[in-house]
Design a binder for this molecule. Structure first.
Ligand code: PLP
Length: 595
């Protein structure tokens, strides 16, 4: 059936725990999913024969509600799957413990700028044939306990490969794991190779064959971001698969050693599991991939230090330019740079855009942000006032509160140099108590500052709000604790809309910042080894932020508008033309897929 809809011959399968495609499809939580969606859009634009696989979340991630004091509560998202997705015919199954879990797939077609389509399959366990608790396995994104999470990863990795086969994708040449969540796909591929060779136990050559097909992208330098599960969980969930790789062939012993991260070699997996070894999904993916990359040059360096025995390269992230360009800038680009959608490189021509038209387009984007703020919060922001945008997951290292360290200083700057207002958004993970505290802290500062500096925190950050914020702010602020930000992509969305960044030199900004040309840095470039987090950094970084705002950015915005417009045009021409997924996918093709 699938074959009549689009050419079945596909080259690469892209696996991701989350994929953001539409605002009202709650199939993502944040940056990882947004990147996945933008990657697929760019693949469709350049007609790359790709298919993508994820899980269906009937309750989504969560809807964020904020109390008077900023206390976050979470509610499940309700949505109609049938309104967005087309059910596919095949059913496949995966054994979990001793239960057969049946899966179906729902398809979404991503259409590229030239009409080429990339199918995205969302796996769904909510079928009558399944146990009640198994039906819940495709319920919530990043919900549940570690055992639930590992069960989901089994469905994504092992179920995903089986579903692709059932849909007719039997000749895929590459499997791209977008983060370690999908690493178990390698176990299914190993089993396929072994069976194809007519054997019942794996050999080194099977491992080599699987490795030659797999690509792995790691996304975070934060250790907690790397999935680790007790090895015993995996033995319990998928005993057949574990038995399968647990043989006394020299290469599989090495493989198991590296997956289980054990120093001494145990006689077998079972023994290791009993002694408390854990399976690290990152190591599984690293061990079975031919090409591994971080998501910005600095992140590549940091990852090489984290995993010293593996060659790790870097492909810097991007955003899908057409998706993240505001309607006003789309119109401007259509008139002056007509090929910009097919050829994002041509955005370098933005240097020739008439400044007054850039400003007019920016004012339209800003107006639409302020309208969104009014609708969501009832607050009327000042359209003339310098507007700082800050939106990202609320969690400790992202330091959303850095700019709020010294409220008196903020009052003085606003009074002496020029008024400004800050628009915030961002969800904290339901179990991230520290992240939730940060939101409350912002609410406190908002009350303390009153009218001196208007602060607004918009709830339920999503794709739509992300687009409005990154295009409608006058400045995009990013203050992560170096070197914790792998890449960051919201500043890239700002850049295609001519919105400059003020950011710590971390993640993509190390590459994107040309001081005073594309935006501004907070603090000095770091040299040598990235050090541990220290409170001293907070003081110095806040001081640097205030100084830039006070003596460089606000005066330029209010008194030298033409110079500010120069920076805006450079943001598009230098950064928008490069930090996009069209360039990024082309690099994946040449560096990773065709390697
Ligand atoms: C772009 C985007 C992100 C990721 O942005 P970062 O800069 O990486 O934090 C997260 N959530 C939403 C809704 C987005 O649009």
């Amino acid at each position: 059936m699938a074959n009549s809809v689009y050419p079945p011959k596909r080259f690469v399968a892209y696996f991701s725990m989350e994929i953001a495609l539409e605002n009202d499809m709650p199939s993502y939580s944040g940056g990882l999913g947004v990147l996945a969606g933008d990657t697929i859009r760019a693949a469709a634009d350049i007609r790359l024969p790709m298919v993508a696989v994820s899980l269906l979340y009937r309750k989504g991630y969560f809807r964020q509600r904020l109390g008077e004091d900023g206390a976050q509560t979470e509610e499940p998202v309700e949505w109609e799957v049938e309104k967005f997705l087309q059910e596919e015919e095949p059913r496949i199954s995966v054994m979990l413990e001793n239960r057969r879990v049946e899966l179906r797939a729902w398809r979404y077609m991503v259409k590229g700028v030239r009409g080429y389509e990339v199918p995205v399959y969302f796996l769904d366990a909510d079928l009558p044939a399944n146990d009640a608790r198994d039906r819940e396995l495709t319920g919530a994104l990043y919900g549940g306990d570690p055992y639930y999470r590992l069960s989901q990863e089994v469905l994504l990795g092992i179920g995903g490969v089986r579903m692709l086969r059932a849909l007719g994708h039997t000749e895929l040449m590459r499997y791209h794991m977008n983060e370690g969540h999908a690493a178990l796909l390698t176990m299914e591929l190993l089993e396929e190779e072994t069976k194809r060779a007519g054997r019942t136990a794996i050999k080194g050559e099977d491992i080599e064959r699987v490795r030659s097909k797999c690509v792995f992208t790691t996304h975070t330098p934060v250790p907690a971001g790397h999935d680790k599960f007790p090895a015993e969980y995996l033995s319990r969930l998928v005993p057949d698969q574990v038995r399968f790789i647990d043989v006394k062939d020299a290469s599989s012993v090495d493989l198991i050693k590296s997956i289980l991260q054990v120093e001494q070699s145990y006689p077998d997996w079972k023994e290791a599991a009993q002694r408390g070894a854990s399976v690290n999904m990152t190591y599984l993916a690293l061990s079975l991939s031919n090409y591994v990359n971080g998501v910005a040059k600095l992140h590549g360096e940091v990852s090489r230090k984290m995993f010293p025995n593996v060659p790790i390269e870097a492909i810097t992230n991007g955003v899908h330019a057409a998706t993240w360009t505001s309607p006003a800038f789309q119109d401007l680009f259509n008139r002056y740079i007509p090929s910009w959608r097919e050829d994002n490189y041509s955005l370098r021509g933005a240097l020739g855009l008439p400044p007054e038209e850039v400003w007019a387009a920016h004012l339209l984007s800003k107006h639409s942000l302020l309208e969104a703020v009014r609708k969501k919060s009832g607050l009327k922001l000042d359209p003339e006032a310098f507007t700082i945008g800050f939106a990202r997951r609320a969690t400790g290292y992202k330091r959303a509160d850095l700019i709020l360290r010294d409220l008196d200083r903020l009052r003085q700057i606003a009074k002496n140099v020029g008024s400004f207002q800050i628009v915030y958004a961002g969800k904290a993970h339901p179990r991230d108590a520290g992240g939730k505290e940060i939101i409350k802290k912002i609410f406190k500062a908002k009350k303390a500052l009153k009218k001196a500096v208007t602060i607004v925190f918009l709830d339920d950050y999503d794709l739509e709000l992300g687009g409005q914020l990154t295009s409608g702010s006058d400045l995009w602020l990013n203050t992560p604790q170096y070197p914790m930000e792998a890449s960051g992509t919201s500043g890239m969305k700002a850049a295609v809309n001519g919105v400059p960044s003020l950011s710590i030199l971390d993640g993509w900004w190390v590459e994107g910042c040309i001081e005073g040309v594309t935006g501004w840095s907070i603090g000095e470039p770091h040299r040598g080894d990235p050090g541990p987090e220290s409170p001293v950094d907070n003081v110095m970084d806040a001081e640097s932020l205030y100084a830039k705002l006070e003596s460089v950015i606000l005066p330029m915005f209010y008194e030298e508008r033409n110079r500010y417009l120069e920076v805006m045009r450079h943001a598009i021409a230098i950064n928008g033309s490069f930090f996009n997924t069209q360039r990024m996918v082309q690099q994946y093709i040449t560096d990773a897929y065709l390697r």
